[in-house]
Design a protein around this ligand. Structure first.
Ligand code: I3P
Length: 128
């Protein structure tokens, strides 16, 4: 892309719809609450947006597209898991600050792409 060498404009690596639940905050376990989330991988960050399709048209406002949350991938760890959910195709993302998320898709190829892309960003940051 034209901006890929402009360090002031982080490159958008990937975007798409995944199921997401946060399972820990600062190492403290949270109650699961799975929701569809629009996930954007840009630069060193994974940014979560509420799924616009899950909102009624009347409740939709431009401000709703503000990120719900964002995680810094530096020092993060991704790991496939069969134990933390009854769902298939789940991986866990743990940040340096002890926040933990599960990300899931019914489409195996899609969740594999996300895992591999996030993993490669983490590896790249580890080598910096
Ligand atoms: C949870 C809900 C989650 C489920 C979780 C349940 O119940 O069914 O979907 O996680 O299982 O506790 P509730 O809605 O009453 O909070 P998975 O779908 O990932 O299995 P868990 O407690 O075994 O994590």
């Amino acid at each position: 892309s034209p901006d890929s060498n402009d360090s002031s404009t982080p490159e958008l690596e990937k975007a798409g719809l995944l199921n997401k639940t946060k399972i820990a905050e600062g190492g403290r376990k949270l109650r699961k609450n799975w929701n569809p989330s629009w996930v954007v991988l840009v630069g060193n960050s994974l940014v979560f947006f509420k799924d616009p399709k899950s909102q009624t048209p009347s409740s939709w406002k431009p401000g709703n597209s503000r990120p719900e949350s964002s995680v810094d991938l530096r020092g993060a760890v991704v790991q496939w898991t069969n134990d933390l959910s009854s769902k298939k195709n789940v991986f866990k993302l743990r940040t340096v600050t002890g926040n933990e998320f599960l990300l899931q898709s019914e489409t195996e190829s899609l969740i594999r792409e996300w895992f591999n892309t996030i993993h490669s960003v983490i590896d790249r940051l580890d080598r910096e």
